[in-house]
Design a protein around this ligand. Structure first.
Ligand code: ADP
Ligand code: MG
Length: 250
């Protein structure tokens, strides 16, 4: 579902991604770990067409990010085509970014109604089912300001799922939450993983990574230093930099 080979990205003179190699198979959960500034968010943003890639190849579901292949030639995607590709990818950020003037239900129905132009009754049914799935069936009419951070984040997950993405990206989804609210959000993510969603998750939640991830990749200074099963990378890291990082967060 995601295949990165030698992915490079620079901002001005600063090369932030220096050849990222990573693969996430359909139905798998990959957790990205690494120190602040190592390029985790930039990589997710590249996967989601929010940044252009400067080198290497990055594919989502077989298609090169930013390009369309016709015959044996590559053409840059037009904005409309980028938007179509992005619709297939759900992204959840550290901050919940809900529309403050819309209820939880309306936040979820907004894109399917306006972007996909699906029938209102179907969209509403699906949104209510999603609220149920994230444990917020009773909050359909609540506005974001009336919800806790954890509840807002669960609405944000439901909103992303309402577009029926084939890939979900999470960028430190629990980092801005009070500790007692983290568990409910991780529980929703655990459920998604169990249902077979392909997920790329930047997180510092080592328990989640250990229990839910199929693969864990440790990023440092723009490269994947090591990747493997959680027991390999977390339990028996081979690289000094991974060990040093883990000794600080575990
Ligand atoms: P992480 O998510 O691992 O903390 P980021 O991907 O956010 O790391 O950032 C990696 C590096 O890229 C940092 O040094 C950051 O300052 C830099 N960076 C990120 N986005 C931009 C940008 N839009 N312009 C310039 N530098 C950026
Ligand atoms: Mg980040």
């Amino acid at each position: 579902m995601v295949s990165a080979e030698g992915v490079r990205k620079r901002f001005g003179g600063h090369e932030v991604l220096r050849g990222i190699d990573l693969r996430v198979a359909p139905g798998e959960v990959c957790c990205l770990l690494g120190p602040s500034g190592s390029g985790k968010s930039t990589f997710l943003r590249c996967v989601n067409h929010l940044e252009t890639v400067d080198g290497g190849s990055l594919r989502v579901d077989g298609a090169l990010v930013g390009y369309v292949q016709r015959g044996d030639r590559l053409f840059e995607l037009r904005p409309r085509e980028v938007a179509a590709r992005r619709r297939e990818i759900g992204m959840v950020f550290q901050r919940f970014n809900l529309f403050p003037h819309l209820t939880a239900l309306q936040n979820i129905t907004e894109a399917p109604l306006r972007v996909l132009r699906e029938p209102a009754n179907e969209v509403r049914e699906r949104a209510l089912a999603l609220l149920e799935r994230v444990g917020l069936a009773d909050k359909a009419a609540a506005f974001p300001a009336q919800l806790s951070g954890g509840q807002q984040q669960r609405v944000a997950i439901a909103r992303a799922l309402a577009m029926r993405p084939k890939l979900m990206l999470f960028d430190e989804p629990t980092s801005a939450l009070d500790p007692e609210l983290v568990g409910d959000v991780l529980e929703v993510m655990r459920g998604l993983a169990a249902d077979g969603m392909t997920m790329l998750v930047v997180t510092h939640e080592m328990g989640f990574a250990r229990e839910v991830a199929d693969t864990v990749a440790f990023l440092d200074d723009g490269v994947v230093v090591e990747a493997g099963s959680p027991s390999e990378v977390l339990g028996n890291p081979r690289h000094e930099r991974t060990r040093a990082f883990l000794s600080k967060v575990l």
